[in-house]
Design a protein around this ligand. Structure first.
Ligand code: UD1
Ligand code: CA
Length: 460
């Protein structure tokens, strides 16, 4: 029996394609899927196989690709100067791989290949194995040729296939496993005598067959996962597929989704029990939702941590913030980076809050701008309050201590401090500090004119 299980595994990812059909300045494998490059999804799956090496074949846009992955150390970038075909691409990676290694070839533009399919493939006992699939339509793919005993005899590319061969439903995913040694031998025998004048990786199968090498095919579980993303339509389809998987994971973790087709995850989500998410919600970066959190319709959360029993009402946008237990946010609230809300805080409709901390039980229920503020516990911020934190050059801080009441339509011109339990009368412009337990009012006195007559319209 071949000793493939003890061999070290090296993964070669083909990614030198230009992705012409995307009509984009961004290289194909950097096109986003679930908010991050296609290639990073494939790398995540590849790494779960614990390979001894990952070799990525890149071409003309190699600088941009490498720049997007500077923080990864486990990649050997292989340059394919001329794009001469998939066989030629694999050949470029071989010198860096020991000849007793097992090689798994993956395609950069097939980002959703499942770990399960790859494990089945690397677990095969034959010297040469490939992953095939049965998509709804075989259009565009290489067709798998089998003899009357169902043994694989070769692969014919769509462009080289006869009318009879085009009818074959089983197609090549491009993903295969072989030893470095065998792959090297077989690739040395391929030529470019075909309609595309390319060195086809797929030609190794007919050569192997004539040499009497046994070939095993693993049929993929789900052809949709193995679809390539050659153009934006296919990429959009993969995106939906990916989002469906994310929604399933959320539901499996106990989240109730108003509609699994209307939630988009572009990062990682950690959830407690009985989290409930309404429609059209976008979760980006690292999102943590504790028990019983409710997220309303049309909410966007990016890098946010939310404590249990908190409700985020419709159309609120929260980014890079930490939110406590039993808070109430929105509807239509904007919580910007650097905001830390303690427990039982209320940030109501049309309130924007930035780089501020709010202690337990404080409320800003309507129409306010709070920036660079430190707000104590049980503070009430009236409607229309604005922290004037910017003088056109520098940002300044507003400090509001515990128990303060800020009347509606107040401007707090920072730097300014409002002491404990102080009260600010509605309509005030506060430019100086207010001491604790003090009332501050800064508005002109009201005049009432008894019997005053309204002007009457003049006749011409
Ligand atoms: C290839 C297969 C086909 C299979 C299909 C699955 C060949 C000859 N054909 O066809 O049987 O059904 O994939 O999607 O292998 N690449 C390089 N360097 C090159 C050429 C290609 O790195 O010189 C990379 C591309 O970036 C891409 C992958 O190899 O990631 C496949 O190349 P592509 O041209 O898309 O092959 P297909 O015609 O789709
Ligand atoms: Ca392709």
């Amino acid at each position: 029996m071949p000793e493939q299980h003890t061999q070290s595994l090296h993964i070669v990812i083909l990614a030198a394609g230009e992705g012409t059909r995307m009509r984009s300045n961004l290289p194909k494998i950097l096109q986003p899927l679930g908010g991050r490059p296609m290639l990073s999804h494939l790398l995540d799956t590849a790494r779960q196989l614990n390979p001894a090496g990952i070799h990525i074949v890149i071409g003309s846009q190699s600088d941009a690709v490498m720049a997007a992955f500077t923080d990864t150390q486990d990649i050997n970038w292989v340059h394919q100067a001329e794009r001469l075909g998939t066989g030629h691409a694999v050949q470029q990676a071989l010198p860096a791989i020991p000849d007793d290694a097992l090689i798994l070839v993956l395609y950069g533009d097939h980002p959703l290949v499942s770990l399960q399919d790859l494990e089945s493939l690397t677990g095969t006992k034959t010297e040469l194995s490939l992953l095939t699939m049965l998509p709804e339509s075989p259009q565009g793919y290489g067709r798998i040729l089998r003899d009357s005993n169902t043994s694989i005899t070769g692969i014919v590319e769509q462009k080289d296939a006869s009318a009879e061969q085009l009818k074959i439903k089983e197609v090549n995913t491009g993903i295969l496993v072989a030893s470095q040694k065998l792959l090297n031998q077989l690739l040395n025998q391929i030529d470019s005598n075909n309609s595309q004048k390319e060195f086809y990786l797929t030609d190794i199968f007919s050569i192997a067959h004539t040499r009497g090498i046994e070939i095993q095919a693993v049929v993929a579980n789900d052809a949709i996962d193995l679809q390539g993303a050659n153009d934006r339509r296919q990429l959009a389809m993969l995106e939906r597929r990916y989002q469906q998987q994310q929604a399933n994971q959320l539901m499996d973790a106990g989240v109730s989704l108003a509609d699994p087709a209307r939630v988009d995850v572009r990062g990682t989500v950690e959830v407690g029990r009985d989290v409930s998410i309404d429609i059209n919600v976008i979760l980006e970066g690292k999102v943590v939702l504790a028990d019983n959190v409710y997220i309303g319709a049309g909410v966007r959360l990016k890098n946010v941590e939310i404590g249990c029993d908190t409700r985020v009402e419709d159309h609120s946008v929260i980014e890079a913030a930490q939110i406590g237990v039993n808070c109430n946010i929105g509807p239509f609230a904007r919580v910007r980076p650097g905001t830390v809300l303690a427990d039982e805080v209320k940030i109501g409709n049309f309130v924007e809050i930035k780089k501020s901390t709010v202690a337990k039980g404080s409320k800003a229920s309507h129409l306010s701008y709070i920036g660079d503020a430190v707000i104590g516990a049980n503070v009430n911020i009236g409607a229309g309050t604005i922290t004037c934190n910017y003088d056109g050059v520098n940002k300044s801080k507003t400090v509001i201590e515990d128990g303060v009441f800020i009347g509606s339509d107040t401007q707090l011109v920072a730097p300014v401090k409002i002491g404990k339990n102080a009260t600010v009368g509605a309509g005030s412009t506060i430019t100086r500090d207010v001491a604790a337990e003090t009332l501050a009012v800064s508005r002109s006195k009201q005049t009432n004119i008894r019997g005053w007559k309204r002007p009457v319209k003049k006749s011409d």
